[in-house]
Design a protein around this ligand. Structure first.
Ligand code: SF4
Length: 903
């Protein structure tokens, strides 16, 4: 038997609480006793916030095994459950909830004794970090101090240890090559492995994908392919085959863009078949590139370590610093930083360590040469394959620093999400939260706030003192920025005491929204909105004043940009390489702020005049659980593929959009429109490849017709019984968080007592990626969630056997949706959206040739016209809940009670 740390341990699940003392006696306890015990003495726990939510006692703290794991094995993966911890440490799985406290004692001892082993791979830096953590009174520090010996040589601190990136010469433009179909097929065989089962559809798909790499015939008109590939076609290797061949023959870079992090991870894995980890010169041929806001900013971390963070957040900063030394690429969101680490500290500490708002000072930063973001940007310029996401590709094209680095050969996987990504990338929003960020960027943080963030004047002090016109421009911008909302704006606006023209406008927005909203969201606590139309004279006047204030700010920023350009053209003697890079960085961030302000002015300009048919504008008060958190005016393109076509497609030589759900049934029309092709007068190549799966034998759709809509008790009852009948393995999808919570609250305890754990987004204090990891790891677990789970979940095998949708996923009737619906064909437009959502949700079920599963929709009136969402051949049955329970319980497939086969 493994040794145990003789400290008391507590476990709480939906089925009860168990306490084990230091002498090895475990007993079930009530919640009250558990809370008293935890308040008395620090207990061993796993995932304190989760235990706290199970006990209904938010202040719970103790010796959290996850924190210890993050210290001892930073950047290592563990599923944060008792079973996951046991696997990670090579301990036997606990047989039931009652055995978990003993496991915690074993795991604690196993982890602590690793610090004493000479083979501890993550020893470097641990002793120094522990000294800091001891000062911060981290609960684990005294226990670790007894096990970690002081190294003989002083440890280098993180910032000295990280390697520097190296500048490399620009790559020449790619050679013009036409791929030989035989060579593409041979490359595919090489990637899938000799002797792998031949997949004719995959081969045909690879040959189609190869077409987009051909030399472009006309400027501004890329090769464009729309390729629908049913699940199981093997599309990833299908496009990586021609992509890797083209990169090899042409010396160019291919970008593959995804929507979900799950696919990015899969691509990173699969790309290893085509490229090694490193080239002979040590550089990586494949680079994952994300938006800046994903990466650790070392300057922010230094700030946090040196007093910027206090209390628990300071402990988080120390654990993040441990991770940074061992991280592959510094990616904090979906990279190798455990997704659960941030939630253990119950605050937005992780986000505050990234570069969220473009505060980077580039070469002015002491860590510039070690910066993870700069390293990724440089590596991607030299890479054969860049794995990115849709938003980054678009932001890069719209305001990238380096035109030479713009992607020219692009594969948009999960291509059905390009529209959504374009929609948010090309949106404009003049809100209080956005405007205060701009104020801080110009003026610096308000008095009393900690941190290194500095205003424009401080960042460009040397320029201001050297160049008089530049100095005056900085001073004028600083003065003009006083008109923007300042700290406390939300409260002032809410109380009807706004200060300055922008806050006055926001107050008018708020008043108008409350006066007009008829969505029913007021009582439900949701966000509120109203069209930006029929606004009265007083409102328009305020908009005019705000617009003038913004113009007053933009003018000196433009003047400053001109001065910086002049300085760069004739650099003074004192301006060294670092100074030049810093000014370059400042010019870049100035340029996009100037664009931002211009977009806001345009938005305000139109409020008094006629509507612009290209855009949809509305006023909104953002709320969560009835608490306001932002107020503002929003603008979206009616068709965001227009700016997408101009900024991304036009400059590309070849692009493809691919997905299992690109088309609507057999109809390509909407997919072509949603590719942006018509805006360039382009006719894309269209191809489709059927899934090799036998849906008739592997899956069925059950439409349950007797759960009344709007009856939460009946809905919860149906979910509970379906989960019991299936023995877990259920993914439950909701369109409203409120209903999800209500259902979870009614069934979680009962299911837990039957050994069927139920997890839920928006309920459990666990990030979505980790929830999916937990679900995947336990075939008896079930997971409830909303949109993000509809197509972010890739769980092949036994863990996912049943998908249950609470109702037909109607689009939210927002102002934006109404405008697009009107332009897109009314009901037909809605139907397309619903079919796409159903197809995505169904797509979670069958991920491999061996998967079996059922798809249940709880809908009394499911229109037959939506059935085309499911793959041809899938049996569809309308039946009662009782009948559905029998079918789910029996595990039978393919012999429906009364079956409706769609065309
Ligand atoms: S260069 Fe920018 S992002 Fe990188 S560490 Fe410095 S401030 Fe942060």
């Amino acid at each position: 038997m493994a040794e145990m740390l003789p400290l008391p341990a507590l476990h709480a699940s939906h089925s009860g609480c168990w306490l084990r003392d230091g002498q090895g006696n475990t007993r079930p306890v009530g919640k009250g006793d558990a809370i008293v015990a935890a308040a008395d003495t620090p207990l061993l726990l796993l995932n304190a916030p989760l235990i706290a939510s199970r006990l209904g006692y938010p202040d719970l703290s103790g010796l959290d095994l996850l924190e210890l794991f993050a210290f001892i094995h930073p950047a290592r993966f563990v599923v944060p459950t008792p079973k996951g911890l046991a696997h990670a440490l090579g301990l036997p799985e606990p047989e039931d909830d009652g055995a978990v406290p003993a496991l915690l004692q074993q795991a604690a001892e196993a982890l602590l004794s690793r610090c004493e082993a000479s083979a501890w791979a993550e020893r470097e830096g641990a002793w120094s970090a522990l000294q800091n953590l001891t000062r911060l009174r981290w609960t684990w520090a005294p226990l670790l101090a007894a096990r970690i010996v002081q190294p003989q040589q002083a440890e280098r601190w993180l910032f000295a240890r990280l390697p520097e990136w190296e500048e490399a010469p620009e790559r020449p433009q790619p050679a013009q090559v036409t791929l030989d179909p035989e060579a593409v097929a041979a490359r595919l065989t090489q990637l899938t492995g000799e002797g792998a089962e031949a997949r004719p559809a995959q081969r045909a798909y690879a040959l189609e994908a190869a077409q987009v790499f051909a030399p472009r015939r006309r400027e501004g008109l890329p090769h464009l392919l729309l390729a629908q590939a049913g699940t199981g076609t093997g599309k990833t290797l299908g496009y990586l085959a021609p992509a890797s061949l083209w990169a090899q023959e042409s010396g160019g870079t291919v970008w593959v863009s995804t929507y979900t992090k799950a696919l990015q991870r899969q691509l990173r894995r699969e790309s290893r078949r085509a490229w090694g980890e490193r080239r002979a010169d040590g550089t990586p041929p494949v680079v994952v590139r994300k938006g800046r806001e994903n990466y650790l900013c070392l300057l922010n971390l230094e700030d946090a370590l040196q007093g910027g963070f206090t209390g628990r957040a300071a402990i988080l900063a120390q654990l993040v610093a441990r991770w940074a030394s061992y991280s592959q690429d510094g990616d904090m969101i979906g990279g190798d930083l455990p997704g659960w680490l941030g939630t253990l500290f119950r605050q937005r500490g992780v986000a505050a360590l990234t570069d969220r708002r473009g505060e980077c000072v580039y070469a002015g930063c002491p860590h510039y040469r070690k910066c993870f973001i700069e390293r990724a940007a440089r590596a991607s310029a030299q890479a054969d394959l860049v794995i990115a996401n849709h938003a980054l590709v678009m932001v890069n094209a719209a305001r990238g620093r380096d035109a030479a680095q713009r992607p020219t050969r692009l594969v948009f996987d999960e291509g059905h999400h390009v529209f959504e990504a374009a929609d948010s990338t090309f949106a404009a929003a003049l809100t209080g939260a956005e405007a205060i960020e701009l104020r801080r960027w110009v003026i610096g943080p308000e008095r009393g706030s900690k941190g290194r963030r500095r205003g424009l004047a401080a960042r460009l002090a040397d320029v201001a003192s050297y160049d008089e016109a530049g100095g005056k421009a900085v001073a004028a911008a600083r003065h003009a920025a006083e008109a923007l909302p300042g700290d406390g704006w939300l409260q002032r606006v809410g109380e009807g005491a706004p200060s300055g023209p922008l806050e006055e406008l926001l107050a008018a927005v708020r008043a108008t929204v409350y006066a007009r909203d008829e969505s029913g969201g007021q009582e439900a606590g949701y966000g509120l909105e109203t069209e930006a139309a029929q606004l009265d004279g007083a409102f328009v006047e305020r908009a005019g004043a705000a617009q003038a204030a913004l113009a007053d700010l933009r003018a000196p920023l433009i003047r400053l940009g001109v001065r910086l350009e002049a300085i760069m053209a004739e650099p003074p003697d004192w301006l060294d390489g670092t100074g030049r890079a810093r000014i370059e960085g400042a010019r870049h961030s100035l340029a996009w702020r100037i664009d931002l302000i211009a977009a806001w002015e345009a938005l305000l300009e139109r409020l008094g005049g006629p509507a612009d048919p290209e855009f949809v504008d509305w006023l909104a008060v953002e709320r969560a659980e009835a608490r306001e958190f932002d107020i503002g005016i929003h603008r979206r393109w009616l068709d965001p593929m227009k700016p997408f076509a101009r900024t991304v497609l036009e400059g590309a030589h070849g692009a493809m959009l691919t997905s299992a759900t690109l088309r609507d049934g057999n109809d390509w029309d909407a997919a072509v429109v949603r590719s942006g092709a018509p805006h360039l007068g382009l006719t894309p190549r269209l191809s489709s490849f059927e899934s090799p799966f036998d849906y008739a034998a592997q899956a069925e759709v059950l439409i349950v017709t007797d759960v009344p809509k709007g009856d939460v008790a009946a809905l919860a009852g149906a979910y509970g019984r379906l989960i019991e009948a299936s023995g877990g393995g259920v993914l439950g999808l909701f369109t409203a968080i409120r209903r999800l919570r209500a259902v979870h609250g009614r069934i979680a305890d009962r299911l837990a007592r039957s050994g069927l754990p139920l997890y839920a987004q928006h309920v459990d204090p666990i990030d979505t990626g980790t929830l999916v990891d937990i679900f995947r790891d336990d075939p008896r677990a079930s997971l409830l969630g909303t949109d993000a789970l509809r197509d972010g979940v890739d769980v092949p095998g036994d863990s996912l056997r049943l998908v249950v949708m609470e109702q037909v996923p109607w689009p939210k009737p927002s102002i934006l949706h109404r405008a697009r619906r009107l332009a897109g064909g009314g009901t037909a437009f809605d139907d397309r959206i619903i079919r796409l959502r159903l197809a995505q949700a169904f797509g979670r079920l069958i991920r491999s040739g061996q998967d079996r599963g059922k798809f249940v929709v709880l809908s009394a009136a499911f229109p037959s016209r939506l059935l085309a969402a499911f793959p041809p051949g899938t049996p569809v049955t309308r039946l009662t809940l009782e009948e559905a329970l029998q079918r789910v319980g029996s595990g039978a497939l393919g012999k429906p009670v009364q079956h409706e086969r769609h065309p």
